[in-house]
Design a protein around this ligand. Sequence first.
Ligand code: GDP
Length: 305
Amino acid sequence: MASALTDRLSRLVKTMRGQARITESNVQDMLREVRMALLEADVALPVVRDFIARVKEKALGAEVVGSLTPGQALVGIVNKELAATMGEVDPATGAVKPPADINLAAQPPAVILMAGLQGAGKTTTTAKLAKHLIEKRKKKVLTVSADVYRPAAIEQLKTVSKQAGAEWFPSTATDKPVAIATAALDHARRHYFDVLLVDTAGRLAIDEALMKEIAELHAAVKPVETLFVVDAMQGQDAINTAKAFKEALPLTGIVLTKTDGDSRGGAALSVRQITGAPIKFAGVSEKIDGLEVFDAQRHAGRVLG
Ligand code: GDP
């Protein structure tokens, strides 16, 4: 188990007490520790490099105030930059603010398209979001599965939608994904649903045919939100997955699942930086109510260990 970054840095900078500034000569060793901490948290290497360069720029010459050592000051800078990178910064105050809730500003039904690798938690998250929209936003919600490759996935969505209190639109494995989604949209329109959540086929790895299929689904149903669901425990690969989905789809938000696992969740930093889309929610358990608004500040502390 890695020791906390703060401890590591304070060991490293014991000799630096009393220095009033972070300088080129004392910052290198400290940044090496930051880099190791981020790599141990499974942040992708190119993202780490970029991040370190930004921190270095911010840190150099920063005043070290009061009783802080340069190490403590640097941890503060790293923490702030990490939260700012993973979260949303209020331009007026410079403070990290909570992400916006699901955008429903569309002629009803507002369509939400769920994208991500198989096993990321798409179906579970679809139901969690349905529950959130029903209970917190008082919306009438329909779900549909366009995963024609796994009939079990369609049944799974039926079960969890029921638990969420959402209606479920039946689909069969012999239908085409676009036909399923447009039929569901038509049903949602005629029955005055506020929201249609479209769960999609999982892919074990990036697969061109499936990427093309989800892009066609996107063009057919014109979602107001296209959410990329990603497992917080995904390591270095998160960067490639995020790149592929960003190229295929105009992503509007991210849901980071399985943050209750024991990983340090560095995928959040990689995915946020690659897609530029806000991380809106975090999955915190397998249960239907295990969804929280993403807290970048809290997650930053966890990534640093
Ligand atoms: P899909 O293939 O992307 O649709 O993924 P599923 O929704 O079927 O989820 C895959 C597995 O991850 C299931 O066993 C879920 O219960 C589990 N899962 C999803 N989200 C979370 C989460 O936030 N925390 C935990 N612990 N498990 C989750």
